[in-house]
Design a protein around this ligand. Sequence first.
Ligand code: ADP
Ligand code: ADP
Length: 229
Amino acid sequence: DSSIALHDVRFSYDGRTDVIRGVSMDIRPGQTVALVGPSGGGKSTLASLICRFFDVGSGSICVGGADVRDIPKEELMDTVSFVFQNSRLLKGSILDNVKLGRPDATEAEALSALRAAQCMDIIEKFPDGIHTVIGSKGVYLSGGEQQRIAIARAMLKNASILILDEATAFADPDNEAKVQAALAELAKGKTVVMIAHRLSTVVNADCIYVVQDGRIAEAGTKGDLCARN
Ligand code: ADP
Ligand code: ADP
């Protein structure tokens, strides 16, 4: 299944100061949870630990009931998809970048992912589909456009768990709306852990965790949190 369970997780980058100081959460398959809280509180670190970019210092993280330390790296990477805020596009065509999600996908499947990720306007901008996304003269994609291509890539990969570092800081509201729509489409039927920079951007989370000083300061629905604060 695609559950995520953290049990009394502690973690330190330098082996001395714990930046995660005893975090537990139970996320059921298909749930969407949001991590909010002040910068430096530990949201990104928690997301990285779930993907096992680092190992916990103590405590445990289970994905689908298995400790992430016991899941082969390849299998974990197939199960968990991490969509970065700075979407890490590589030099190459739009289709090449999307196909990184699943290299054996057909062009039709890649195009269908691009369509679902609201990228048709980008494709129309580059109709022959062979333009370099970054690093080439005369071709420029905005942050929001790059983010949508990264979402298309994750869509093609179709992992059952999604870790989203939500990028909401686009200057252009049209882009922001498209990114939000693409994310909503991507999240359908998946277990989602979303890092949100503002509570106001969290629309449909089943549970919101306020991460502060490496701990869960509060948890509840948006209604619960708004009523308390
Ligand atoms: P948030 O995502 O809530 O802004 P982070 O998880 O990025 O918080 O940061 C939590 C703490 O860990 C902060 O004190 C931050 O400075 C520290 N930190 C984050 N990444 C690293 C790193 N790669 N190496 C050392 N310290 C880090
Ligand atoms: P990072 O995770 O790399 O620190 P952020 O998304 O926090 O990136 O920052 C991107 C932009 O959004 C920055 O210009 C930052 O000032 C702005 N920003 C981040 N969080 C908030 C917030 N809570 N309210 C308003 N603006 C924010």
